[in-house]
Design a binder for this molecule. Sequence first.
Ligand code: FAD
Length: 433
Amino acid sequence: MSTVVLGGGLAGLTAAYALERDGHGVTVLEAQEAPGGACRSFAEDGFTFDLTGHLLHVAREETRQLLEELGLWEELEIHERRAAVVIGGRATPYPVQINTWGLSDEVRRDCLLGFVRAWCQHGEEAAPADFRRWVLGRFGEGLARHFFFPYNEKLYRVRPEELSLDWVGRYVPKPALEEVIDGALGLHRNRVGYNALFRYPRRGGIALLPDAIAGRLRCLEPGNRAGVVDTDARVVETENGRRFSWERLIATIPLPALVDRLRPKPPAEVLEARRALRWVSVLNVALGLEGLAPTDQHWLYFPDPQLPFYRVGFPSNHGDLAPPDCHTVSIEVSMDPGAGDPQAMAEAAERALEAAGYLDRSRILVRRTAILDPAYVVFDHARSGALAIIRRELAGRGVLLAGRWAQWVYSAMEDAMLDGLAAARQIIGAEGA
Ligand SMILES: Cc1cc2nc3c(=O)[nH]c(=O)nc-3n(C[C@H](O)[C@H](O)[C@H](O)COP(=O)(O)OP(=O)(O)OC[C@H]3O[C@@H](n4cnc5c(N)ncnc54)[C@H](O)[C@@H]3O)c2cc1C
């Protein structure tokens, strides 16, 4: 049985690796000249840049086993997160809801009072209708106004009431009243949240992961962008005119692009659902600079609506990514797909970061801008219904989906690898049955 995998990012590579390991025929079609997708790294003048910060969180034993099998586990150094939220020019540790001690008295008072009021007066609604109601009920008015609303509006480019709650479970730490009060007084320093610890390659960038998998594959076809995906004929035609037949198909390319490529053309209901999918792109401005980094933090969150970026990383604080006495900075700006002038936006972001005190532009040695598109799925109220329609259509055509953008979710590198393994298992299991 032959399988074609669309996309050679972590999900596609892992699926192909598991299939080949089991003796199955498989071909990975990757649009770019190098595999890795969002986990590629770029070397320039002694600096290494990832496509924004890519830090590995390993929660599952299966992931650890895979990384060991690939000879990667010992190459990944463990780090304790150093991240902060900057509000009103003052930085306090992330997550802000249990660390307001570093903020101004006025902001801290707002946050504490709002939290206590929400806790005492309303409690949490059993089933809040949207992200706005959920934040107000759980964190209160102060934290909503100073952090949750402006940060998420800047990242997702929609109002908080336009967001559903389908994504918050794992990514937003939920504190108890005691933790919030202790956090206002600076009484604890607990590790909180899914990303309190992370792993990162001792040498080089995050591309170590996809490169290690790709290096073991016999079947990688880089520079081959899937154009038409004909599920009746079971053939993929690439944009450069090649044809690949399959008995099984795993798609890891972004869901809207996959639907656009389907033949026969999907019914109107599916096309309408595809049009309902919303996402944002991210402009990444990666800088290599001489001198020491302006902070020892790994990354900073910036909810302030006046600042163009939502997050800024200092990757050389956790990786061997810069020459001696140099450092790297990674600025992330959320944007509507295809909109705006990236160069002007990059320039504005640099200037704003310099004004905020975290960048000295006169010391920039290397500058690299990139756009991740799609970057974040927007979990608006239309998403889950539209997704169900599209997934039903694809399941009916026998297409397996794996990875962050094919599944149209908010997920991480570990999930992409586990998705790849799961898709391979489905094929191996079906053939064994
Ligand atoms: C800003 C940002 C920061 C992130 N930070 C982290 C982090 O710190 N830690 C973490 O664990 N995760 C992080 N992630 C998530 C992580 O990047 C993804 O979960 C993971 O890389 C998804 O891998 P994938 O294989 O599903 O998708 P991709 O990496 O996108 O792979 C899909 C591949 O398909 C290819 N492709 C597209 N169209 C076609 C076509 N028509 N034909 C052939 N090939 C095609 C692409 O070139 C790409 O290589 C971050 C994501 C973003 C956007």
